[in-house]
Design a protein around this ligand. Structure first.
Ligand SMILES: *Cc1c(COP(=O)(O)O)cnc(C)c1O
Length: 375
């Protein structure tokens, strides 16, 4: 049996090697490393895939989030609501821009931002909501969009983990993740569902004015004449990464289906025990399983993790500390106990290997070993 990894990029590459190598070689031969045709081609291919008007490629997912908030013209002191159970990038860019991150609790079943808690956090200074579609499943966007409209707030979707997942509104309309709010952001970090061979990211929007502003900000704030007064950044996707992404985008649905099949295998195996709570699927969103995350009940997580590691099975804790208890974000605002769901999840979640190349043999071995420990 092949070694088990959290993410097996090597095995995935072997299957697309010829095509990827040809794309990269073409970039080298033409020496258009920055702003090449391949970046434009990939941009348009992603626009078609997402059914969104504008994709703006940038340097990474964190840059995408920062540029999104800059494009909305938020001012220091403006409040931005985001979940406390997530990766740090969301709150980081809010803080870097001098905005105030206001964190809220999450749904204990889906791990996504809980709409009820957003309501309570809205003040006259609130300007935006940044829901994170955690682990690959969309937050409750219909409720979030309704709330945003009611309070005149912007919505910036963090779709770094959810590219390709689909959300269905109650009227039957379907949207791809990241294409419902004012702006969507994603990351092409190698381990993401659509990953390149380095850093990369993108913003999505259906708003022409915002798209122009985003392009300008990502390019030092000087591309669009009537926006030359904007302070920008330098953030771009390079042509070699675009060449890789062009090949992988063609396989994205198939890759996400492979993740869903592995998740289904895990679900079936773990249905026999109440010590492991399998990931809840929400009724209005598909799940693309960036992570397959269990909740452990009365199981010693540290001991399980070690038991698995000793048997060649990696397992990770996403995330061990909520935003409001991170040292860098400690302030008078929050204390331990403020967000009990997130705090409890940090203590009981465990993510198992999840990627596009898991074999039945590997899945059987992983599930057998987990069940052996908890019985
Ligand atoms: C990966 C990730 C980011 C950051 O993306 P980078 O490309 O690494 O900057 C932001 N938010 C979430 C939820 C992520 O998973």
């Amino acid at each position: 049996m092949k070694d088990i990894q959290m993410v097996d990029l090597r095995s995935q590459y072997e299957k697309i090697r010829t095509e990827v190598n040809a794309g990269i070689q073409e970039v080298i031969d033409t020496t258009t490393f920055i702003k090449g045709g391949k970046v434009n081609d990939f941009q348009h291919e992603l626009e078609t895939y997402l059914r969104v008007k504008h994709v703006i490629p940038v340097g990474n997912g964190t840059d995408a989030l920062q540029i999104a908030l800059m494009a909305l013209g938020l001012k220091p002191g403006d409040e931005v609501i985001t979940p406390t159970f997530t990766f740090i990038a969301t709150a980081e860019v809010v803080a870097l821009l001098g905005l105030t991150p206001v964190v809220v609790d999450v749904d204990p079943d889906t791990f996504d931002i809980l709409v009820e808690t957003i309501k309570n956090a809205i003040t006259p200074r609130t300007k935006a909501i940044v829901p994170v579609h955690l682990f690959g499943q969309n937050a409750d966007m219909e409720a979030i969009m309704n709330l945003a409209q009611e309070h005149n707030l912007f919505v910036v979707e963090d779709a770094c983990q959810s590219i390709g997942s689909v959300y269905t509104f109650s009227d039957g309309q379907q949207f791809k993740s990241g294409c419902m709010g004012d702006i969507g952001c994603t990351s092409f970090f190698p381990s993401k569902n659509l990953g390149c061979f380095g850093d990369g990211g993108a913003l999505f929007t259906n708003n022409d004015l915002l798209a122009a502003k985003i392009r300008s900000i990502a390019n030092h704030g000087m591309v669009v004449r009537y926006h030359h007064d904007i302070v920008g950044v330098n953030s771009r996707l390079d042509s070699i990464q675009a060449a890789v992404l062009q090949v992988k985008l063609k396989h994205l649905d198939e890759y996400n289906a492979a993740r869903q099949a592995s998740a289904a295998f895990y679900d079936t195996a773990f249905a026999s025990t109440d010590k492991l709570i399998i990931p809840t699927r929400s009724t209005n969103s598909t799940h693309v399983f960036h992570q397959y995350t269990l909740k452990l009940q009365a199981v010693d997580r540290t001991a399980l993790q070690k038991y698995l590691a000793d048997r060649g099975i990696p397992a990770m804790i996403y995330y061990p500390v909520p935003l409001h208890l991170q040292k860098a974000y400690q302030n008078v605002r929050y204390k331990a106990g403020d967000f009990p769901v997130a705090e409890r999840l940090c203590e009981c979640v465990l993510s198992l290997p999840m990627h596009t190349e898991l074999t039945e043999e590997q899945l059987a071995y992983i599930t057998r070993t987990v069940l052996e420990f908890i019985k």
